[in-house]
Structure formats: structure tokens, C-alpha cells
Design a protein around this ligand. Structure first.
Ligand code: HEC
Length: 159
């Protein structure tokens, strides 16, 4: 009996350490945090506007918003070169990759709207939405603690 509960405790310890290893902490310099927040709020607004413009068949507006989101890429923002260096060193490679991918999808959505391809446009909207969730559930747990409770299915598919 005693052995069993020890084993159980060990198992729980194993599981929790595996889970916490999956979330990496972000070490964003204090002077850059407000810039990231500003970009995130702009991106959120852009996504909301995209829902409307896409639903209304407003191609031009969809192109414009997609391009705007693509260009708002945080590393390209008006950071000083010192800040840029600092940021690059402080962010995990995987985070930078996800950020790149997200902005790439926004560009692809704009392109799909330019050539008026509904299926491809919808696909990239889905990819953009997926990017928010993937990045937040991995790197923004402090800001969005609700992601700490997700089904095992998610982690099995995405790691
Ligand atoms: C590559 C990573 C990444 C992607 C992609 C991403 N975010 Fe974020 N986002 C973050 C991080 C990190 C934070 C938390 C920053 C903090 O702790 O202050 C955040 C915070 C936010 C916030 C909260 C801002 C506040 O008030 O503090 C909003 C809103 C947001 N993101 C919206 C979005 C939306 C919408 C998308 C997708 C269309 C998205 N984000 C995609 C990393 C990302």
C-alpha cells in the first residue's frame, strides 16, 4: 500500500513536470512589453474586422487588413536596433517561428482576397486563428490562464 502511494506520487510528479516543460516562459524586456501589447490589440481588432469584410465580400478591405496585419510584425516595428537585438536574444526560437508563420498567413490571406479565392482566403483565416491559440496556449499562459486546462488531445497533436 505504501509503495503504491509512493508510486502514485511519483507518477503525478512525472506528469506535472512533463506538462510544465511544455510551456516556456517568455522573457520579454519591460520596455518592449507595451509594444507587444499594442500589436496584439491591433491584431485582435484586425481579426474582428476581417470577419465582417470577408462575410460581406469586401475584397479590398480584406486585402488591406491582411496586409496591415502582415506588416505589423513586431520585430519590424520601430524598435531601436538595441531593442531589436535584445528582443531577438530574449525570445525562444519557436516563438519567433510562430510569429513569422502568423504574419505569413496574413499575407497569404491578403493574396487570396486579391485573386478572389474564397476557399484559400477562409483557409488562411483559419490558420491565423489557430496561430493565436497555439502561441497563447504555449507562451501566454500567465495572461490567459484558462489555456492551462485543455484536453490531452491538443498536446498530442501539436507537440
Ligand atoms: C507568436 C505568438 C503570438 C501569436 C501568434 C499571437 N499572440 Fe496574442 N499574445 C502573445 C503573448 C505572448 C501575449 C501576452 C503578452 C503579455 O503577457 O503581456 C499575447 C497577448 C494577447 C492579447 C492581450 C493583450 C493585453 O491586453 O494584454 C490579445 C488581445 C491577443 N494577444 C490577441 C491575439 C490574437 C487575436 C491573435 C491571432 C490573430 C494573437 N494574439 C496571436 C503572443 C501571440
Amino acid at each position: 500500500m505504501k509503495h503504491q502511494s509512493l508510486f502514485l506520487a511519483f507518477l503525478i510528479w512525472m506528469l506535472t513536470s512533463v506538462c510544465s516543460a511544455a510551456e516556456e516562459s517568455l522573457n520579454i524586456p519591460a520596455d518592449i512589453k507595451p509594444i507587444l501589447k499594442k500589436e496584439m490589440l491591433a491584431v485582435e481588432k484586425g481579426m474582428q474586422e476581417l470577419i465582417s469584410s470577408m462575410a460581406k465580400g469586401d475584397w479590398d478591405k480584406t486585402v488591406a487588413i491582411g496586409k496591415q496585419i502582415q506588416a505589423s510584425y513586431i520585430m519590424k516595428q520601430t524598435l531601436t536596433s538595441e531593442q531589436r537585438k535584445q528582443l531577438h536574444q530574449s525570445l525562444p526560437k519557436q516563438f519567433i517561428k510562430q510569429d513569422h508563420a502568423f504574419h505569413h498567413y496574413a499575407g497569404m490571406l491578403a493574396h487570396a482576397a486579391e485573386v478572389k479565392n474564397l476557399d484559400v482566403m477562409n483557409f488562411y483565416f483559419y490558420k491565423m486563428n489557430e496561430s493565436c491559440v497555439q502561441c497563447h496556449s504555449r507562451y501566454a499562459l500567465e495572461r490567459f490562464p484558462a489555456f492551462a486546462t485543455q484536453s490531452a488531445d491538443h498536446s498530442a497533436k501539436n507537440h
